[in-house]
Design a protein around this ligand. Structure first.
Ligand code: ADP
Ligand code: MG
Length: 317
């Protein structure tokens, strides 16, 4: 668990981070979302003591991070830097081995872990182990950066714009891989991004930042349907329609949907979003049928089932 209390960082004229507080529980992902200059990187760097706060405090599992030397603290924290941050004169394997070496793992163990991670991140170890970063594509460098952060299996992962340097297609692909990576499922993660879609896809909680302050700290659905102020509303405005339809899954409205005929052809699962369902309806002349594995039930729906569900979300509770 990470607890940040009234964290502030001032540089002469600039207040980079102003009175920021949040808690991230074990296994959760907090996304710090905001435009450039809103204080995201500074917040992240204070957590692994690359920057010391002007005031405020940070606790990890109840322990003040100032109570141990930064080098020791950083062994339990994987950090994925903004940009790729790989050492150009180190091979892929050497980049990944940095922390295990510091921890004095033996050679065999380091090699085994490196190959395991490369494999998990869909880079053939035989092909990429001895290659230099300049020989890799952006998506591949990003995977190596992640492998390096994960090498010693730290319980905490801090990621600064991990997909920021990737083209949109690669970005979506790497993001999907990240979501499905078993190693990440138990980790406590703070991820920094300026991308609203990314924040909604990856965050259990989102801290929307502006001018060093957190404007709202809430779940994606709360941010959408109960925005704290005009800034939050405006920040989400452009993508509001898509976000609303992505925020609900068919399973969330399962009880409101009629049961489908036994022989109806299934095209969706209950875990897909209303956005997926909308796309399916748009491409179909018939009502669409979805299947829920857990209850082994089939439901059928049309546009009006979906719009009714969205409208209900927007009504004040
Ligand atoms: P973000 O990561 O959200 O883009 P940063 O945390 O990097 O934002 O920066 C927040 C603010 O603090 C910006 O206005 C930036 O110019 C300022 N800042 C960051 N680092 C320094 C520094 N070392 N000296 C002076 N100002 C800084
Ligand atoms: Mg930044």
């Amino acid at each position: 668990m990470i607890e940040v209390q009234q964290l502030t960082k001032k540089y002469q004229q600039t207040v980079a981070v102003s009175n920021v507080s949040f808690t991230v529980h074990a296994g959760q992902t907090l996304v710090l979302l905001g435009t450039s200059g809103s204080g995201k990187t500074t917040t992240l760097r204070m957590i692994n003591r690359l920057i010391e706060p002007t005031s405020g405090s940070i606790f990890i599992n109840g322990k003040n991070i100032l109570s141990q030397p930064p080098e020791i603290l950083r062994r339990s924290i994987g950090y994925v830097l903004q940009g790729y941050g790989l050492f150009p004169h180190y091979t892929v394997a050497e980049n990944i081995a940095i922390v295990p070496r510091l921890l004095k793992w033996n050679k065999g163990r380091i090699e085994q872990r490196t190959d395991e991670l490369l494999h998990k991140l869909q880079l053939s170890p035989a092909k990429y182990r001895h290659v230099y970063p300049s020989q890799l594509s952006g998506g591949q460098m990003q995977r190596v950066g992640l492998a390096r952060a994960l090498a010693a299996n730290p319980p905490i992962l801090l990621m600064d714009e991990p997909f920021g340097a990737l083209d949109p297609l690669t970005r979506t692909a790497v993001r999907k891989e990240l979501k499905e990576l078993d190693e990440l499922k138990k980790k406590t993660i703070i991820l920094v991004t300026h991308d609203v879609q990314e924040a909604f896809e990856l965050g259990n909680i989102i801290g929307l930042m502006d001018k060093g302050c957190i404007q709202q700290l809430a779940t994606p659905t709360e941010l959408l349907f109960q925005p704290a102020n005009d800034f939050v509303k405006q920040f989400l405005q452009q993508q509001l329609f898509q976000l609303e339809w992505q925020s609900l899954r068919l399973i969330d409205i399962w009880n409101d949907l009629p049961v489908a005929e036994n022989d109806a052809a299934i095209t969706l699962t209950s875990q897909q979003t209303l956005w997926n369902a909308l796309a399916e309806l748009t491409n179909s002349t018939l009502p669409v049928v979805a299947f829920d594995k857990a209850t082994a039930t089939k439901k059928v729906f049309n546009f009006s089932h979906l719009t009714t569900a969205i409208q209900r979300q927007k009504q004040p509770a």
